[in-house]
Design a protein around this ligand. Structure first.
Ligand SMILES: [Zn+2]
Ligand SMILES: [Zn+2]
Length: 560
């Protein structure tokens, strides 16, 4: 007899049910699925990421009313969502009881179908953040003040059009930035002051167009710099010459900023040295954007984690196939299952344990197929059972689900709160409408109200100096998205103060466009180090067209 400790000695190759590409189920994957009594995946890792990401809403902000009290709320959940939307404070109050939505399990029907029916009936909160001041136009926003049209942010003060920000201040158009102040149009920048049009830089002050720079001050259009001052195009200038030279760039003009952005990307492509991955302290781990991880496999944007496989965003232990876990352990196939333990197929849950198929539940234990529940135990389809009844019925449902192939399948894509185009999937692993529909996802048609006297953004004044105060009363049409937007009074003051031209695209398009390079850094590539020619694994897709991708050793040598 084979010893039980070594059940799988070889990986297995399968065709993905979505994209038809062959993918590998690794030897080390098997024990994870077995331990959690789950079937093996039928989709490749990227289709699994796409699938889960489709559940993370990146919707358009809209004004509506809480279905409970009629209070005005601003939400990113589209009108097409089937369930009632409650103001978050009402959602967590005793003003309603999720148990009144209870259903008996009907063994003659698909369990997931019954779960989706329940999900369509039970109210959902309009957003998930708390402790904000003057930040109604926000989603997933926490402990922030005076924020506007921002999402997934915490601890911010006076930021607009931000996405994934931590402790930023007085800034506009930042994406994935920590501790930036008085900054504009940056991606993946940290601890910097007055930084503009920059990407992947840290500890920089009063600078523009920096890529992979550290501790630089008064630098312009430069890359891979460390501890420098007064550099332009990586060339050293005297203080006086630097400021003289900077004047030659017309930074108040939209057309010259666009030309400079193109030039910046040419330098990033041809001249900058790129570290084979963005990982810091990733021990025995693969994936990109890892920080302090151990024994992790094909994870992206994951930190302080151990033994996690195919996880996207977050931190956890012994998890597999998850999106945005946060301090979760032994969880599988879940999206936004935070502080969870021993869960399977959860969606938007918090502090839940030993549960499966929950949507928008908090502090629940031993619950199965429930929606909108808080602090409950032994519930199935929002119905209360005794411990014994619960265990017996869960066994029965699991066995029925195994028979019809439903067990271990996540919520159907049709039950995502929004269409694929209004989800994080579109940001990270974008698809066009036909591809998304073929994938099985929903697609949201954009319905934009007709405005009189709207101006096309392409006709906005080229420089900020030509803009008069009337602009804040004007509706502007983005030619790219056909969505309209406006300029706020505070925003106009910021642009004037910083000499920044008016944006000519809708703010969501700007965020998506800014994020684009990251969507090309989340697939494993094989290549050779530009310098030593040794074979390396890196994460820069060919579409980025980066010339100098370096192994860690060569990067350390080249970029001092
Ligand atoms: Zn696939
Ligand atoms: Zn090398």
């Amino acid at each position: 007899m084979e010893p039980q400790t070594k059940p799988h000695s070889a990986s297995s190759v399968q065709a993905c049910e979505k994209c038809n590409q062959n993918f590998v189920i690794e030897v080390d994957d098997f024990p994870f699925y077995e331990k959690m009594d789950l079937p093996l995946p039928t989709m490749c890792p990227y289709c699994r990421f796409k699938y889960l990401l489709a559940f993370w809403v990146f919707g358009r902000f809209r004004i509506t009313k809480s279905a409970l009290s009629g209070k005005t709320i601003i939400t990113v959940i589209p009108e097409s969502a089937p369930f009632p939307i409650y103001d978050r404070t009402e959602f967590v109050s005793d003003a309603w009881d999720p148990l009144t939505y209870r259903k008996d399990y009907d063994a003659s029907r698909s369990f997931i179908e019954q779960l989706v029916e329940l999900q369509s009936a039970v109210p959902h909160p309009h957003q998930i953040g708390i402790k904000n001041t003057n930040s109604d136009w926000a989603d997933d926003t926490w402990e922030s003040k005076d924020t506007y049209l921002s999402r997934s942010i915490a601890g911010n003060d006076s930021v607009s059009y931000g996405y994934r920000l931590l402790n930023c201040k007085n800034s506009i158009d930042l994406t994935f930035c920590w501790e930036l102040e008085r900054s504009y149009d940056c991606l993946y920048c940290f601890k910097s002051y007055n930084l503009k049009y920059s990407f992947n830089s840290r500890d920089c002050i009063d600078s523009f167009f920096l890529y992979d720079c550290r501790n630089c001050q008064n630098c312009f259009m430069s890359w891979n710099l460390r501890n420098q001052k007064y550099c332009i195009l990586n060339k050293q200038y005297s203080k006086e010459d630097y400021f003289e030279k900077i004047k030659e760039y017309n930074l108040a003009s939209h057309s010259s900023i666009e030309a400079l952005k193109k030039e910046f990307w040419q330098h990033i492509k041809q001249d900058a040295v790129h570290r084979q991955n963005y990982n810091l302290q990733a021990v025995n781990s693969t994936g990109n954007f890892l920080n302090n991880d151990k024994n992790c496999y094909q994870n992206y944007f994951v930190e302080d984690s151990e033994n996690c496989r195919y996880c996207f965003r977050g931190r956890g232990k012994e998890c597999i196939d998850t999106l945005s876990i946060f301090d979760s352990e032994k969880c599988a196939i879940s999206a936004l299952d935070q502080k969870g333990y021993g869960n399977i197929c959860n969606l938007y849950t918090n502090f839940c344990r030993y549960s499966a198929y929950l949507d928008n539940c908090e502090e629940c234990e031993y619950c199965f197929g429930c929606v909108g529940m808080r602090k409950n135990k032994y519930c199935i389809l929002n119905k209360q059972y005794t411990k014994e009844e619960y265990e017996k019925l869960v066994e029965k449902i699991k066995s029925d689900m195994k028979k019809n192939g439903e067990w271990g399948k996540f919520f159907p894509l049709s039950s995502a709160y929004a269409g694929y185009n209004f989800s994080l999937a579109q940001m990270l692993l974008p698809m066009i409408k036909d591809e998304a529909l073929k994938f099985g996802a929903k697609w949201e048609e954009i319905i934009e109200p007709q405005y009189e006297n709207i101006i096309n953004a392409n006709n906005l004044p080229d420089t900020i100096n030509e803009v008069n105060d009337e602009i804040i009363k004007q509706r502007i049409l983005c030619p790219e998205t056909k969505l309209s937007y406006n300029i706020t009074k505070e925003e106009l003051a910021f642009y004037r103060e910083h000499n920044i031209p008016l944006p000519q695209r809708h703010f969501d398009w700007r965020t998506l466009d800014r994020f684009k390079p990251f969507s090309l850094m989340v697939t494993l590539q094989k290549g050779n180090c530009y310098y030593c020619k040794k074979e390396i694994e890196h994460y820069y897709s060919k579409d980025l067209d980066f010339e100098k991708i370096a192994c860690l050793e060569c990067y350390q040598r080249e970029v001092v």
